[in-house]
Design a protein around this ligand. Structure first.
Ligand SMILES: [Zn+2]
Length: 331
């Protein structure tokens, strides 16, 4: 279901030429009708930089969390309600936990926990994560049901985990590309990122057949039947495969121009941009309420130098309370 205002729907081949103006911190939905493709393109600049810089993460951790943030924007912005989409990993690698919290329509916050001493042992994002699982939760509010999708992480990247999820759980042929980079300009360091999600959504369900990613644990000697994918999806995947990381991140290349570059031969239509912002939902009242939920002993244990100090893990905001305000009774 869509909201009350209809999507603007601009065919980049016939309605007008693609805009040359790059827009950061936004998701651009698109459609390639001739190939039955639907997708979203995310470009992130200042909002991503804001989230990652508040924590001063080592570069490999910032890059991995950036990938998780972009993946979250590609998935979360497809939801048409005022809920939350939360992506979390829990693994045995140097980055043992990360969480990205997207609150519709546009708020993002995220953080990662990592073991600095172990970072050097990982060669890539998959190695940083290690083994464990990725959970995606859709939370529509207190009285609504929660949906959770789980996918095993086995040393691969978040892109691979997303492919596995869509293949197994949603049965939608999907390709995801994620790229995060560091930009130096005027002596200042900035994080940038981009991502592309493309899905094959034909009207006829029999066209959805997919080549299996893994042969599975069929007994030896079992003949694996070769699955021939739909021609349109084969073409769609080969077009998506041509996207380079630099194109996804390039601050001078507009999202519309990138989509046009990829799909202009088949015709590509774009819809309204979905803006994103880095904004935490923490507040002094919320922290005070959380303190009230702790036991008296736990609150008493939090007093240091006659204060209770709570730091938000998402945005590093610091909240200070007197022991009285924190509900600690002095003897
Ligand atoms: Zn916060």
């Amino acid at each position: 279901m869509t909201g009350s205002s209809p999507d603007t729907n601009i065919n980049l081949d016939t309605s007008r030429m693609p805009s040359a103006v790059p827009v950061d911190d936004a998701v651009l939905p698109f459609e390639v009708a001739a190939l039955d493709l639907r997708g979203r393109l995310t470009r992130m600049g200042p909002a991503l930089d804001d989230i990652l810089t508040k924590h001063a993460y080592p570069a490999p951790v910032g890059k991995l969390l950036g990938e998780a943030i972009v993946l979250t924007t590609l998935l979360g912005t497809s939801l048409k309600f005022d809920g939350r989409f939360i992506l979390q990993t829990q693994t045995d690698g140097p980055v043992s936990f990360l969480v990205v919290d997207f609150q519709a329509p546009d708020r993002l916050r995220a953080y990662a926990r990592y073991d600095e001493a172990r970072l050097a042992e990982a060669k890539d994002s998959g190695g940083l994560l290690g083994k464990g699982h990725l959970a995606m939760t859709i939370d529509q509010g207190a009285d609504m049901s929660r949906y959770q999708g789980l996918v095993a992480l086995t040393g691969g990247s978040l892109e691979e985990a997303a492919h596995e999820y869509f293949l197994r759980s949603e049965q939608i042929p999907t390709r995801v590309r994620l790229a995060v980079g560091e930009e130096w300009s005027g002596g200042k360091h900035r994080w940038r990122a981009g991502g592309l999600l493309t899905q094959f959504l034909p009207k006829a369900p029999e066209r959805l057949r997919q080549a299996d990613l893994h042969p599975g644990d069929a007994p030896e000697g079992t003949e694996l039947h070769a699955v021939e994918e739909d021609e349109a999806w084969v073409e769609g995947q080969s077009l998506v495969a041509t996207v380079e990381d630099v194109e996804l991140i390039d601050p001078a290349l507009s999202g519309e121009r990138l989509l046009y570059r990829l799909f202009h031969e088949r015709g590509v239509r774009v819809f309204d941009l979905v803006p994103l912002q880095a904004r935490c939902s923490c507040s002094r009242d919320a922290v005070a309420n959380m303190l009230k939920s702790f036991s008296a002993q736990d609150r008493a244990d939090m007093v240091k130098d006659d204060k209770v100090v709570v730091t938000c893990e998402f945005c590093s905001s610091v909240y200070q309370f007197t022991p009285h305000e924190a509900g600690v009774t002095e003897n």
